[in-house]
Design a protein around this ligand. Structure first.
Ligand code: SF4
Ligand code: SF4
Length: 379
C-alpha cells in the first residue's frame, strides 16, 4: 500500500482536529532540509546553488526536532541536498520516529546501501528514492552515469532488509508518456516499491537547465496520456486521487503554500518549499508574517506554471476531506483523461516576479554566519 493505513488514519484524525478547532491554515507535511550539500548536481535542481560556506552548513539534531515540534505536521519529509551526507541523520530520523511522525527520507540513494544498517525498518520510515526514469534517462537527468544502477541496487537492498521504499519522480518535458509508462511499470512490477510520488518539476530560476520545465498545459496533456495508459496497471501513487485528477486537468485548484512549510539552514522559508523570498525565525512567525494572498497561480508570475505536489497536494487532501464522495469516485474510476479540462486560472492580474534571491540569501547568510563549523560528514 502506497500510504499505510495507520498513516492515513493519523493524517485523517489530524485534519479533523484542525477543522474542529477552526484552524484556517495548518501544515500537512514539514519539509525539513537539514543541509543543501549534495553529491549530485542535477541540472534541474534549484536547491544547491549556494556558496561553499552555506553548502557546509547543517541543521543540528536539536534544530530539526525543534522544527518538528513547532510545526506539528503529522508527516515529515527530509529532502536536501542529500540527507545521507548529514553525519547526524540517523539521530534526526530516530528523534522524529520517536515522536510517531511519518518520515520520508528523500535520497538519490548513492549512499543508501552502505548506510542501511544504521536505520531500523518501521512503518514510520520510508526511503523516498529520487529516480527520474529508466537507465540512461535517469543518469542524464542527474548528470552522472551509473546512478540509476546504484539507486536500483540500493532500492532492492532496502526492500530486502524490510524497509518501506517510495520512488520520487520529477517529470520534465523530455519524458514521453511511453517512457513514463514503462518506468512506472518497472517501479511497480520489478522493484515492487510501496509507492510512487510523481510531480512536474518547478521552474527554479536558479536551475542550470531552464529548457525542460513543463507548462501547465503540457503537464495536463502529458498526465492525461500517462494516466489513460495506466488504467488497470495497478500503479501505486503515494498521492491522493484528487491530486492526480488535478494533474490531468480536471480540478481548478489554488495552491496551499503553508501546507508543506520548509525549515532549512536559513530558517523557515517564505512562502513555500519552491520559492525563497525571505525567512522567518519560527514556524509561528512564518504563518503570521507571509502575505499568503500575494502567492499562487494568478497572483504571482513565478507561480504561473506551478502544479507541484508540495503546493497542491494539501489542497487536494483538503478537498478530499470536504468532498469524500467526489474523491471516492475518482479513486474508483481513476482521473478522467478525456473531455474538457477545468477552466484555467487567469493570469492577467498576477504581480510581476520579484528577483530577490541574491538579497534574501545574502541577508540570511549573514544571520546564520558564512563559515562552516560542522563539517565532517559520512560519504
Ligand atoms: S539529487 Fe536532489 S538535491 Fe541533489 S542535485 Fe539532484 S535534485 Fe538536487
Ligand atoms: S504556486 Fe504556490 S506552491 Fe507553487 S511556487 Fe507559487 S506559492 Fe509556491
Amino acid at each position: 500500500m502506497a500510504v499505510p493505513l495507520m498513516q492515513q488514519a493519523r493524517v485523517g484524525a489530524y485534519l479533523l482536529k484542525q477543522r474542529l478547532k477552526g484552524v484556517e491554515r495548518y501544515p500537512l507535511v514539514l519539509m525539513l532540509e537539514p543541509l543543501f550539500r549534495c553529491n549530485l548536481a542535477c541540472p534541474g535542481c534549484g536547491k544547491i546553488d549556494y556558496s561553499e560556506a552555506i553548502l557546509n552548513k547543517r541543521l543540528s539534531v536539536h534544530d530539526c526536532l525543534e522544527a518538528v515540534d513547532q510545526c506539528g505536521a503529522p508527516v515529515v519529509s527530509i529532502p536536501g541536498g542529500e540527507p545521507l551526507i548529514h553525519k547526524e541523520i540517523v539521530e534526526i530520523v530516530e528523534g522524529i520516529v520517536a515522536r510517531k511522525k511519518f518520515v520520508y527520507l528523500c535520497t538519490n540513494a548513492l549512499l543508501l546501501e552502505k548506510n542501511l544498517h544504521k536505520f531500523k525498518p518501521s512503518v514510520y520510515l520510508t526511503f523516498s528514492v529520487h529516480l527520474d526514469g529508466l537507465g540512461e534517462a535517469h543518469d542524464k537527468a542527474v548528470a552522472q552515469k551509473g546512478t540509476f544502477d546504484r539507486a536500483v541496487s540500493a532500492i532492492r537492498a532496502a526492500k530486502k532488509a524490510g524497509f518501506r521504499v517510495n520512488v520520487n519522480c520529477t517529470v520534465f518535458n523530455n519524458m514521453s508518456s511511453d517512457e513514463a509508462i514503462e518506468f512506472f511499470d518497472f517501479c511497480t512490477n520489478d522493484l515492487q516499491v510501496e509507492g510512487i510520488t510523481v510531480s512536474p518539476g518547478y521552474a527554479y530560476e536558479r536551475a542550470e537547465d531552464q529548457g525542460h520545465f513543463l507548462t501547465r498545459e503540457t503537464t495536463k496533456n502529458l498526465f492525461r496520456d500517462i494516466l489513460r495508459a495506466g488504467k488497470g496497471r495497478k500503479w501505486r501513487f503515494s498521492q491522493s486521487s484528487l491530486f492526480l485528477d488535478f494533474l490531468a486537468g480536471n480540478q481548478e485548484y489554488k495552491c496551499t503554500p503553508w501546507g508543506n512549510p520548509t525549515r532549512n539552514v536559513f530558517g523557515w522559508q517564505k512562502p513555500c518549499y519552491l520559492l525563497s523570498e525571505g525567512y522567518a525565525k519560527s514556524f509561528k512567525e512564518l504563518m503570521e508574517t507571509v502575505e499568503w494572498n500575494k502567492y499562487g497561480t494568478g497572483a504571482y508570475e513565478k507561480c504561473a506554471d506551478c502544479m507541484v505536489h508540495c503546493g497542491y497536494e494539501p489542497t487536494a487532501v483538503s478537498d478530499t476531506f470536504a468532498h469524500p464522495l467526489k474523491a471516492l469516485g475518482v479513486w474508483l474510476r481513476g482521473p478522467r483523461t478525456d473531455g474538457p479540462m477545468a477552466p484555467e486560472i487567469a493570469l492577467d492580474k498576477q504581480r510581476p516576479a520579484q528577483y530577490v534571491f541574491e538579497d534574501v540569501v545574502k541577508r540570511a547568510s549573514e544571520t546564520v554566519g558564512g563559515t562552516n563549523d560542522n563539517r565532517s560528514d559520512a560519504a
